[in-house]
Design a protein around this ligand. Structure first.
Ligand SMILES: Cc1ncc(COP(=O)(O)O)c(C=O)c1O
Length: 375
């Protein structure tokens, strides 16, 4: 049977369409950018401080420090804790590479713990076994927009006197037991990569925390480690949030809860319509408020479904096809296939379907009927 629709009935559905969001608030955004152009204060202009204040208040944290990307947020968070050579940091092998790359870039060693196959997040009960005298931090990743099981993680960390850095790059606004992502650990890291739920017009990131000392250190580390100017007590990087990004993001932050609600509605429509099919829809853990940065299904015949969706003009993607412990640049760590079976299995079966606040019912219905035709 040919399950591909005729050319005339096909519509093209992108994984994400950033233009729709831009055009919905174009005037506000354009005028915010125009203000920066007129001020010409491109580096740490007043909009950066303003955005930091709004962001900290949104996350219920005392501090928020604007940085150059989600990756640099992680690097600076690690550096602010003094993590480096000889230290170990526990994290998930099922994440975007930046979580792991930033650990390695401090000189520390990433130590992996397998995931829960339903939430795709790190399994707290497996963390204990990997803690030793060199363990300095745990980085739980709130994957796809759903928080990791934070209470047991925080408890283990407290018991062993190690720090917790939340990788909340995909999870702005997500909640765990009514607590906001980025507000539970010692530090929270966010990404404003354009396709993220709160996306800038280029790279950008944020570190949140409640500690005055850590905040002070991150302010310093993002300007090469300098304070006062030209004196460098610590070694930092050029890691500031750009003023234009801060201006754009300030305007967008007002809409984030509305956009998250729309994502949840779109996700629930998919889930409802695909309930009967031989695939696994995303599981929302009862203590969580999911923000559906990605809508990820699990299906044995994943690769065949990818081909089918492509043939019908539907974009989809695999987040992520290779578990991080099997990356070539990490071969020196000595991990092998079979070490983290759940993470490895997930990489072979998961598939992200188009989701963004502006996706239409017609587009979603087309995706669902195309998947139905696959079966
Ligand atoms: C889980 C996770 N961590 C870290 C990052 C890094 O963020 P950025 O691309 O802003 O450097 C991303 C996003 O790309 C991510 O998804």
């Amino acid at each position: 049977m040919n399950s591909t629709l005729s050319e005339s009935t096909k519509i093209r559905v992108p994984l994400v369409d950033l233009k729709r969001q831009y055009y919905s608030i174009k005037e506000e955004i354009d005028s915010a950018i125009q203000d920066v152009l007129e001020n010409q204060s491109f580096i740490l202009g007043p909009q950066v401080k303003e955005f930091e204040k709004l962001f900290a208040s949104y996350c219920n944290t005392k501090h928020a420090i604007g940085v150059s990307s989600g990756t640099d947020a992680l690097l600076l968070a690690l550096k602010s804790l003094g993590i480096g050579n000889g230290d170990e940091v526990i994290t998930s092998p099922f994440t975007f590479f930046a979580t792991v790359g930033s650990i390695c870039n401090t000189g520390a060693t990433p130590v992996f713990v397998d995931i829960d196959p339903e939430s795709y997040n790190i399994r707290p009960d497996l963390i204990k076994k990997r803690i030793n005298k060199n363990t300095k931090a745990i980085i739980p990743v709130h994957l796809y927009g759903q928080c990791a099981d934070m209470d047991p993680i925080l408890e283990i960390a407290k018991k062993h006197n190690i720090k917790v850095i939340e990788d909340a790059a995909q999870a702005i606004g997500a909640e765990y037991k009514d607590r906001k992502s980025g507000s539970m650990g010692d530090l929270g890291c966010f990404s404003f990569f354009p396709s993220k739920n709160l996306g800038g017009f280029g790279d950008g990131g944020m570190v949140t925390c409640n500690s005055d000392e850590l905040a002070e250190m991150i302010y310093m580390l993002r300007v090469h480690g300098g304070k006062p100017k030209n004196y460098y007590p610590v070694l930092g990087i050029n890691g500031r949030l750009d003023t234009i990004q801060a201006a754009v993001l300030t305007k967008k932050l007002k809409y984030i809860d509305l956009w998250s609600e729309k994502r949840r509605q779109k996700a629930s429509y998919y889930t409802q319509k695909m309930e009967e099919l031989d695939l696994t829809t995303p599981k929302v853990i009862s203590s969580n408020k999911h923000v559906f940065h990605l809508y990820v299904i699990k299906i044995k015949e994943r690769d065949r479904l990818v081909e089918h969706l492509k043939a019908n003009n539907i974009d989809c993607a695999v987040h992520y096809p290779i578990p991080q412990h099997l990356q070539k640049c990490l071969a020196y760590l000595g991990y092998k296939e079979g070490d983290f079976p759940e993470a490895e299995k997930a990489t072979k079966e998961i598939l992200s379907l188009p989701i963004f606040p502006e996706i239409t019912k017609e587009e979603q219905a087309y995706i669902i009927s195309t998947i139905n035709a696959f079966f």
